[in-house]
Design a protein around this ligand. Structure first.
Ligand code: ZN
Length: 301
């Protein structure tokens, strides 16, 4: 789709009315996003890590659907899903109540700290450039996009919230936004488009890459949520990170979480834990050991 080119993502039409914007490495997107043409309304799912990436998404989505953005969803509070919100100030922005309060609680100080240390970021970028290491290229480009976004970055909070679910009914199709609580983050929301058999999973799903666990993650609840989602009728699952997946990727992630939780509960020492061979080809292998550490701390507390 030449005329719909962005340096931040690859656009993929996954069904008649649903498009996935899959993040390019070393860009201003970081996470995936996408949009649904409801017929008489245009719905955006997540807004990337920067306003330059979300501006591309808005432009392309509006061109393809020939209408302006009606709704914007924030799946959870993490920066790479919400920092592009300012592009959509004219639209209705919706998240769960918990996601709204976490955004309001965490981001203002985080963003002002980053704005105040723009010089530090620039110095760091220059030091990476001096190393001339090709392996650092993606990291370098990702940081340059943040450097570019910070001077004009504004935190734009959702102007609507929902508790458990919210249905968008359009003339072409329906989209069901829902949360079953928190697995990856304090509260994670999915968007299910039943007629299209497509679901946007946010960071409850990573495809061909290690999912990230944080102190706030809840591995058991994460598995429960994925089991619930698996019961829905769909063929395409759009993850928060990685390539477009299927139902199989959901059951792979259930296995991964169950296995890594067991590894942590059965090992007294964190030394010498190796990545199981079936995950050896997954992206970001360093995340496996970070996850082990986070889960180990969780077990202690
Ligand atoms: Zn996340």
């Amino acid at each position: 789709m030449g005329e719909f080119h962005s340096t931040h993502f690859t656009l993929e039409k996954v069904s008649s009315y649903v498009y996935a914007a899959v993040a390019k490495k070393g860009s201003g997107s970081v996470a995936n996003a996408g949009f649904v043409n409801l017929g008489d309304q245009l719905l955006i799912f997540d807004t990337f890590n920067t306003q330059q990436a979300s501006a591309d998404l808005k432009k392309i989505a509006e061109k393809i659907t020939n209408q302006s953005v009606t709704w914007v969803i924030n799946s959870h509070w993490h920066g790479d899903h919400i920092r592009g919100n300012q592009t959509f100030k004219e639209s209705k922005i919706i998240s769960s109540e918990v996601t709204y309060s976490k955004m309001r609680g965490f981001h203002p100080s985080r963003i002002s700290k980053q704005k105040n240390d723009l010089q530090g970021l620039s110095t760091y970028i220059q030091s990476l450039e001096k190393q001339g290491n090709l392996k650092l290229n993606d990291q370098l480009h990702f940081l340059r996009e943040i450097e570019k976004s910070l001077p004009t970055l504004e935190l734009v909070l959702p102007n609507q919230t929902f508790r458990r679910n919210h249905t968008f009914s359009g003339t072409a199709c329906r989209a069901k936004l829902f949360t079953l609580g928190g697995g990856h983050s304090f509260c994670d929301a999915c968007l299910y488009i039943p007629e299209e058999k497509v679901i946007f999973m946010g960071d409850l799903l990573f495809v061909n890459g290690h999912p990230t666990f944080f102190e706030e993650s809840n591995p058991n609840q994460w598995i429960q949520i994925l089991r619930e989602v698996e019961r829905l009728d769909f063929n395409v699952a759009i993850p928060g990170h990685g390539s477009i997946g299927t139902k199989q990727d959901i059951s792979n992630l259930i296995d991964y979480i169950a296995e890594i939780t067991t590894v942590v509960s059965e090992n007294e020492s964190l030394e010498e834990i190796e990545i199981p061979s079936k995950y050896k080809n997954w992206g970001s292998p360093e995340v496996y050991h970070q996850n082990i550490k986070v889960l180990y701390e969780m077990r202690k507390s």
